[in-house]
Write a protein that binds this ligand. Structure first.
Ligand SMILES: [Zn+2]
Length: 305
């Protein structure tokens, strides 16, 4: 969930040096490992990137680790069902083919042994053999959401450990092979804690932004609430103002349009900060980034045969 204070906080951000546009990795399958139903569509990342990956021929799988029971106003059981349904719809809009729900209890994940969640992720990584994993940055300065932290750490460990034959040998006995994930895109919120330190910007086009907008506002249980549009219109009316584009729309339609404007605005802001029209920013790692000196040496000294 995002805070309405985000708009004001973002406006106060100091201008930073532009980030380099990422050289998109090549591959066939990406895996999104996230705790919640909406994490693949948030303002701070993934909707546009997923749309671009699908445009470039990738296939996608979404792992939803929690049951989302506390996100929404319909009570635990119904929130779980509504949020999963809306997650599936957002995945359909973005072009993700499959969703696996691990159904751990939302916000009550601390008692789970990380090892158990990690084992599930190692199994799924070995089964799907993704070339690219998308998730929260476990090395971000601070994320107040306990599920984000828990799943990010389990993901980071699983991505590394899935490559070792000595880890969960029962998987190998059952016919799976170790798999090393070569690429990672990691995101983190910028509106609390100490923000994030992205190292790349991903350029997006209008069509990708349109899918990002639609996927985000598919989460009607937590976003695009008619009450939000009502409150905004009431506040504007109190100041003697109105927004022409909202006239003639009911509160639900107005709420969707406002959320779509918000997704367009944040994508344009991240793009313009980095010399592009639209963008999203990430911490990107490739398989050699843990050896930066060796990578530089090889690039400088490689020759054609
Ligand atoms: Zn989340």
């Amino acid at each position: 969930m995002r805070s309405l204070a985000l708009l004001a906080l973002l406006a106060l951000e100091a201008a930073a040096a532009p980030l380099p546009a990422v050289k998109m990795p090549s591959g066939r399958l990406f895996m999104v490992i996230q705790p919640h139903h909406d994490d693949h569509t948030t303002d701070y990342g993934f909707g546009g990137l997923i749309a671009r990956l699908v445009d470039e021929g990738w296939r996608g799988v979404y792992i939803r680790a929690s049951n989302d029971e506390k996100d929404g106003a319909h009570g635990y059981a119904l929130n779980d069902q509504i949020n999963l349904k809306e997650c599936l719809e957002a995945c359909r809009i973005l072009g993700i083919e499959r969703v696996h729900s691990l159904n751990w209890r939302n916000d009550y994940m601390d008692p789970i042994p990380t090892q158990e969640l990690r084992a599930q992720l190692i199994l799924l990584i070995r089964l799907y053999r993704p070339d690219l994993v998308l998730g929260h940055d476990p090395w971000g300065h601070y994320d107040r959401n306990p599920d984000h932290r828990k799943v990010a750490w389990a993901m980071a460990e699983a991505v590394w450990m899935a490559g070792y034959a000595g880890v969960h040998p029962e998987h190998l006995a059952a016919g799976l092979k170790p798999h090393r994930v070569p690429y990672l895109f990691l995101k983190a919120r910028v509106d609390y804690g100490r923000g994030h330190e992205p190292n790349v910007v991903v350029e997006l086009n209008e069509s990708q932004i349109a899918r990002k907008q639609k996927a985000y506002s598919a989460h009607r249980n937590v976003y695009a609430s008619p009450a939000m549009a009502r409150a905004i219109r009431k506040q504007l009316a109190a100041e003697g103002l109105f927004v022409p584009e909202l006239e003639g729309l009911n509160d639900q339609q107005a709420a969707v349009l406002i959320e779509e404007w918000y997704m367009e605005w944040i994508s344009r802001k991240r793009g313009e900060e980095n010399g592009l029209r639209y963008g999203e920013v990430y911490w990107f790692r490739d398989e050699f980034d843990h050896l930066p000196g060796l990578k530089d040496y090889l690039r400088e000294n490689a020759v054609q045969p």
